[in-house]
Design a protein around this ligand. Structure first.
Ligand code: HPA
Length: 278
């Protein structure tokens, strides 16, 4: 694949900027959730600007910084901000940062996002472990010539979100006294929010939450054999579920920010309790 030299260059740039770092767990922070990175100990920051092929996140809440350090005693690499397809980035660019995490040594990547809930009982402020996804976009980051050095042409997606790690995540949530829902995440590329009719259709399809990210990264990581944990921070009930209310990005940000503290507790506990796994 033509992309291989760019990925190599990105990994080289990160290694030069942080030669001591040996991350085992990657973490991608979604909208409003960037404050989780504040809990990282002994941080070394590498701005996306100096990493070849790392797209600059256009959403104001996304810092555009890779932070290396320790969280819950684990060696982590935290992507503070992601690029989205709705910003016009090609999928190869969108997934390059997580591919770089894998190449740096992360055998597990935790993908977080802000999402709308399709279930009235799982409302704003709740965390949801992703059990599976629906790719509603019709596009896929693996379209194009396959890079056999990264993974196989046809990859299994029947257990994309690691069930053993998810069980451990539930145990960590219980230990912290944090409610943790679970469900299926549907990728809606945006940037317009869904219509109420689409939300009704997605419910019939089996979706529990909807959002504009994560799925391309999961596919690219599974291609490379990386274990994936997915976590949605529910910022709102999906379109049409609350009579008379409209969706906006400001609500996503406010609710996301409010959840960052719970997410930090959950992830710190999860990493601390499973040091032997990573
Ligand atoms: N839809 C899509 N993406 C989102 C939503 C939503 O309702 N909330 C936060 N991100």
């Amino acid at each position: 694949m033509a992309d291989a030299p760019t990925l190599d260059a990105a990994v080289d740039a990160i290694r030069s900027a942080a030669p001591e770092a040996a991350p085992r767990v990657g973490l991608v922070l979604g909208s409003g959730l960037g404050a989780v990175a504040d809990a990282v100990i002994d941080p070394v920051d590498v701005p996306y600007d100096i990493i070849p092929g790392f797209p600059r996140p256009g959403v104001s809440s996304h810092a555009g910084l890779l932070r290396l350090g320790a969280l819950g005693g684990a060696s982590v690499a935290v992507l503070q901000g992601r690029a989205h397809v709705y910003e016009g980035h090609p999928l190869a660019d969108v997934v390059r940062p997580v591919r770089a995490l894998a190449r740096l040594g992360c055998s597990t990547v935790i993908l977080t996002n802000a999402a709308g809930s399709l279930r009235p009982e799982v409302g704003p402020g709740q965390l949801m472990a992703i059990t599976d996804h629906i790719n509603w976009s019709g596009i896929n980051p693996l379209i194009g010539p396959n890079d056999d050095g990264l993974g196989q042409r046809f990859i299994d997606m029947s257990a994309a979100y690691d069930s053993e790690l998810r069980a451990r995540l539930h145990a960590a949530a219980e230990a912290e006294g944090l409610p943790l829902a679970e469900g299926v995440y549907l990728w809606y590329p945006g940037p317009s929010f869904e219509t109420p009719a689409e939300i009704r259709a997605f419910r019939v399809l089996g979706a529990d939450a909807v959002g504009m990210s994560t799925v391309p990264e999961t596919i690219a990581l599974r291609h490379m054999g990386v274990r994936v944990v997915g976590l949605s921070g529910i910022t709102n009930l999906a379109a049409g579920m609350v009579a008379g209310s409209a969706l906006d990005h400001a609500e996503t940000m406010t609710q996301g920010t409010a959840m960052a503290e719970d997410l930090t507790r959950l992830l710190s506990r999860f990493l601390a309790d499973n040091a032997d796994v990573f």
